[in-house]
Design a protein around this ligand. Structure first.
Ligand code: R5P
Length: 300
């Protein structure tokens, strides 16, 4: 087995390689003055199972293209199997036509990945349970919920409860609740204006306790979390902790989160958080062991 890293999340690729007790294999990624990339596999891969780690987070277009080129280069160089580890699958929120005339961007990138030669994909906490249906190749859908459950158990205070910030997150919350001895949960009602992107969180369904654990798949602008925390505090919660798998962290979301009512924000390293986006309330949990365990135990 050989493991390669794209440019988007080398720290995670390093950790996975370490857990697998193998070194990262060599790739040459050259960027021409006009931004085009030339990818070349340096290590010999004939007959090998190859893993490529690439989060297709911002800049999603650049990271997807690089991934397609790496997969193609590996296949042309004789790899027998190429597994794309895409911890964060970019464009997953564009999984259907929301308004007439829109592209289904996620379907386009998946088709291109398959055409480039990927044989299998491993990813984490997808936005919707319908996404796996887009894949013709096997997709392994992992979750960070067990990592979150361990943390919640350590913080657990009196009158703790889970929170889904929108109706779409209920399935996730139910799974986590089961892991936590059927911890009670509430759901918030969130509306998003598709044109402006602005959100409103107005209602809570369920009993608000004292220690809230808000769980979401990703944090982008941070508005969902900030508004959820404000409402929960207004309704009587004393402490609000946040768990989100993917730290998309667009714009000035780190600052907004640091200054919010939230006590602590737990995310994972499915997306690399550069130094300038880290903040005091942030703690990053690693999914490297989860991926390495799966790769150790999976036979092509
Ligand atoms: C939306 O349905 C997702 O589950 C997240 O709640 C959302 O993408 C977070 O976005 P933002 O941080 O911009 O509110």
């Amino acid at each position: 087995m050989k493991i390669f890293s794209g440019s988007s999340n080398k720290p995670l690729a390093d950790k996975i390689a370490k857990a697998l007790k193998i070194r990262l294999s060599k790739l040459e990624i050259h960027i021409f003055p006009d931004g085009e990339k030339r990818v070349r596999v340096i290590d010999k891969v004939v007959g090998e199972d190859c893993i490529v780690v690439q989060s297709t987070s911002a800049n999603a277009d650049i990271n997807y293209i690089e991934l397609f080129f790496i997969v193609d280069a590996l296949k042309r160089s004789g790899a027998s199997l190429v597994i794309a580890v895409i911890p964060y699958l970019g464009y997953q929120r564009q999984d259907h036509v929301f308004r007439e005339g829109e592209a289904v961007s996620l379907e386009v990138v998946i088709k291109t990945l398959e055409a480039a030669g990927a044989d299998k994909v491993i990813t984490f906490d997808l936005h919707s349970i319908k996404i796996p249906e887009f894949f013709k190749i096997p997709l392994i859908h992992l979750s960070a919920l067990s990592l979150f459950a361990e943390k919640v158990k350590k913080i657990d205070g009196d009158d703790a409860f889970l929170v889904s910030p929108d109706m779409g997150g209920i399935r996730r919350i139910k799974v986590l609740s089961e892991m936590l001895n059927n911890m009670s949960y509430v759901t918030l009602e969130k509306d998003r204006d598709l044109k402006s992107g602005k959100i409103e969180i107005s209602k809570v369904y369920g009993r608000v306790g004292k220690v809230a654990f808000v769980v979401d798949d990703m944090i982008s602008t941070g508005s969902t979390i900030v508004k959820a925390a404000e409402l929960l505090k207004k309704k009587g919660a004393k402490h609000v902790f946040v768990f989100a798998t993917h730290p998309v962290f667009s714009g000035n979301s780190p600052k907004i989160l640091q200054e919010s009512e939230v006590e602590k924000v737990f995310v994972t390293d499915t997306i690399d958080v550069p130094k300038e986006k880290q903040f005091k309330k942030l703690e990053v949990l690693s999914v490297a062991e989860v991926i390495a365990e799966l790769l150790k135990n999976s036979k092509s």
